[in-house]
Ligand binder design. Sequence first.
Ligand code: UD1
Length: 420
Amino acid sequence: MYRVVGGPPLAGSVRVSGAKNAALPAMAAALLTDEEVVLRNVPEIDDTRTLSRLLDYLGVKVSRPEAGVLVLRADGLHTTTCPTDLVATNRASFAVVGPLLGRFQEASSTTPGGDVIGQRPVDIHLTGFVSLGAEVDFSADPLVVRAPNGLQGGRVFLDYPSVLGTQNIMMAACLARGETVIVNAGTEPEIQGLAQLLTLMGAKIRGAGTQTIEVTGVPRLHGAQHRIMPDRIESGTFALAAAISGGDVDVEDAPSQYLDSLLAKLRAAGAEVQARDGGIRVCRSSPLRSVNFQALPYPGLPTDLQAPLSAVLTQAEGVSIVHERVFDNRMLYVGELRKLGAEIVSAGSVSIVSGPRRLHGGRVRALDVRAGAAVVLAGLVAEGETFVEDIYHLDRGYENLDTKLQSLGARIERVQPGKD
Ligand code: UD1
C-alpha cells in the first residue's frame, strides 16, 4: 500500500510515460502480421506485462531489448485460444480477438466480464464481428468467434462508440475482403494512434478520429516501427495533482491537444494553465472554485479523470455536480473520499461535491486504477497520514506513480500492509 502524508504543494517537472490505452491495442496489432513489430515508449506497467504474457502464450515472440521497447513477432502461433486467467485480470486483453479473427479466421476467449466500474459487456465487439461475416454464440463461455470463409467487409454500426470495440473491429477489418465502414466509431486519440500503426503496417484506413472509419481490406500486413503516444490520462492526473496541492507543475510530453476538456475545467476552477505542443504547465495560487462536469466519450471529459477531478473539487469553494455518462458504476470511490472527510454524496451516476472541506488522513482502498488516483490526490492534501490499500490497481496503469510524485516533492512511499 501507499503511505501518503499531506502537505507541500507540488513543484517541478515530470515526464509522462507512453499511454496504457494506446500501448495495449498496439501490442495486439502485432498478431496481424508474421513480421516484426517494434513498439517504443511502451509503459512498464502490469497491464502491458499481462498482455505480453498472453501474447507469449499464444506463441508470439516477445522481447524487451531495452526499457520501453517491445519487439513482437507473431510468426509461429501455437493457438488462438486465450487463457482465461489473463483475460480475466486484464480486460484489454480482449483486443487480441479482432486481430486473431482477421488473420487466422478464429479466436476463442472467455468473456472478460464485469468489474468494479460496471458490467462492461463485449456485445458491441461481437456484433461488429458478425457484421463482417463471423459466427459467434453470444451466450457461450468461452466465446468462440469463427469466420471459416474469411471476413467480408461490411457496414458496422456501433450501438455505443466503444473504444476497444472500435479498435477490435478496425483490426479485424484490415485483412477482410473489401470495404468496411464503421459507423458511430469511437473518436479517442488512442484509436487514431492504432490506425497510424496499422497504416504503417500496410492497412488502408480513412477517418480514424472521426465517427466514421473506412477500412479497405488488404491481403496481408507487414512489420513496422511505432512510437506509443504519451498518456493523456497520466498527464491529466499530474495536472490535477498540481491543482489540488496549490502547486506549480510542468507536465512534460503531455499531449495538450487531447486535453481540451480537462484544461477548460481546470481554468474554470481557478488554476492557471499554459498549454504548448508537447507539454502543459499547471499552477494554482488562488482558491479553487466549484465546477460542474460530465464524463463523456472523447472529446468530452474522460471518464478516467472523473474520480481524480472530483477529488480536486472537494477543495473547491461551492457545490460541484458530476455526471458519469460512460460507465454505470463509477462512483464507488465516493465512499473512500468520504472516509478522508470529503463532503461528497452520490446517487446512481451523479455525485454532488461540496467544498472546501479540510481532509484528514485515514485508511482507504484503490478500488480501480483511477479511483486509486483519486484517493492518492486527496491524500496529498489531507492532514496526516493516508494509507492507500490495494495499489496493485495503480500498478496496472501508472508507471512509477510514487517516484514521479516524490520528484515533485510529494510525501508518498510504498509500505508493506501491517507496518503502519
Ligand atoms: C477503454 C479504456 C478505458 C476507458 C474507456 C472509456 C482501454 C484499454 N481502456 O475501455 O480506460 O475508461 O475506454 O473511455 O482502452 N460497452 C458495451 N458493450 C460493449 C463495449 C462497451 O455496452 O461491447 C459499454 C461499456 O460497458 C461502457 C461503455 O460502453 O459503459 C464504454 O466502454 P468502452 O468504450 O468499450 O471502454 P473500453 O474500451 O473497455
